[in-house]
Write a protein of this length. Structure first.
Lengths: 222, 191
């Protein structure tokens, strides 16, 4: 078996230390090479001094402080993990609201022109395409919702911006979902403004957003 | 000296609810076994004893909170060090960064002066210039004496990456300290 040899080019590989055979061969090479010998000596010196960077000092108060902090947190924990009865309805209510939106979406996609869930105004025709007059009417209804939503959003903004309570966070998440749905519907409507189903669905989501903001404002005030 | 970080999950005794209590002996054992090394790591990352002790306290709080979810994928101690290092990184991000020069006098810990003192101070200063993970790899392996396997678990990387991080850290330190003459001033007796 031939003895492994190393050269100056093996310096970094040898210093990585993943290959003990190479490191040993490089050490033999460094014994006869001034430049590599210096590199290796510096490397070893760095390794030798490094452990002296370890710090040690007495901290007699630290363990009692830790135990105290944990004890305090444990006392607070039940308050955090058990929300008051007042808020217990929120997750269920959020789910119910989302379910209602989904149900409304499914419903308006059915061919059921005489069962408009929103308003008699929008029972325009059984045809899936709106007339110009109906489009103007729907546009006006949307503008009314938008004005109301904008006004409510401004009022709700300060409460939502710094929301930390579970209730407000829930509201914020729900509003984000609604905004996302609105953006998607608007993108689809831009490609087909006369589509009855899409316009109805958008109005349903606007209505839900308006209702959500109204409920949020009630919560903030209470 | 904490030569080994092996503290098996079974030693991290939990109460019947799976949650250690404030009096949990396991937390005390963890502190007594690894608190010193945790303080040292935090000190070398944050630069002063106050921040280091705060970081250790915060790490124990996070350990306490997360204990119920610990599934024993690694040694408890490795897990604890990982939490500590994340706490230190958070503190560094918040702006309580390690000073860019050697520790201020009021926070430097008294240590006996010897021939290695100038080099030790130079290393401390150069460490601040390293990339965060490289510095941590150097502290874990070279200063605290942990293995690559342990360092890799703490850093959440594979052992080869840990080895590479350590190599890069040492090479950068070597080059800087060699250029400044700090390594050339080696004691005549060698090692």
């Amino acid at each position: 078996m031939t003895e492994r040899r190393a050269s100056c080019r093996d310096l970094e590989k040898a210093l990585v230390g993943a290959d003990p055979e190479l490191s040993a061969a490089f050490e033999a090479h460094a014994a006869g090479c001034a430049a590599c010998g210096r590199e290796l000596a510096e490397w070893r010196r760095l390794e030798a001094v490094a452990p002296s960077l370890r710090r040690s000092w007495e901290s007699p108060d630290l363990l009692p402080r830790i135990r105290q902090a944990i004890a305090e947190e444990s006392q607070r924990a039940p308050e955090r993990t058990a929300p008051s009865a007042r808020w217990r309805w929120v997750p269920a209510a959020s789910l119910a609201a989302l379910f209602a939106i989904a149900a409304a979406g499914l419903w308006v996609f059915r061919d059921s022109g005489n069962r408009d869930p929103l308003s008699e105004h929008w029972r325009t025709t059984k045809a899936p395409v709106l007339t110009d007059e109906a489009i103007a009417e729907v546009d006006a209804a949307e503008q009314n919702y938008l004005a109301s939503i904008e006004k409510l959003s401004k009022l709700a903004e300060p409460a939502l911006a710094g929301a930390t309570s579970p209730v407000l966070v829930n509201y914020r998440e729900k509003l984000e979902i609604l905004d996302s749905a609105i953006a998607e519907l608007k993108a689809s409507i831009d490609q087909n403004r006369g589509n009855t189903h899409l316009r109805r669905e958008l109005l349903a989501v606007y209505q839900e957003k308006q209702r959500t903001l109204q409920n949020l404002m009630k919560e903030v005030k209470s | 000296m904490e030569s080994s970080i092996e503290l098996k999950p079974k030693e991290f005794a939990l109460t019947g609810t799976g949650q250690p209590t404030a009096d949990s002996a396991s937390l005390v054992v963890l502190y007594e076994t690894h608190g010193g090394r945790m303080k040292s790591i935090a000190m070398n990352l944050l630069g002063n004893t106050t921040d280091a002790e705060d970081a250790v306290q915060e790490a124990f709080l996070r350990i306490h909170r997360a204990a119920a979810g610990f599934r024993g994928g690694s040694a408890v101690s490795t897990w604890a060090y990982r939490i500590l290092i994340n706490v230190c990184y958070d503190a560094m991000r918040r702006g309580r960064r390690r000073p860019e020069s050697p520790l201020p006098e009021e926070t430097a810990l008294p240590r006996s002066a010897d021939a290695d003192t100038p080099l030790r101070l130079a290393i401390e200063q150069s460490l601040t210039k390293l990339e965060r993970r490289e510095r941590t790899a150097f502290l874990l392996c070279e200063v605290e004496g942990l293995s690559h396997r342990e360092a890799a678990e703490i850093l959440d990387v594979n052992p080869n990456t840990s080895r590479t991080l350590l190599f890069r850290a040492k090479r950068k330190l070597q080059k800087e300290l060699s250029a400044s003459g700090a390594l050339a001033a080696a004691p005549a007796e060698g090692r």
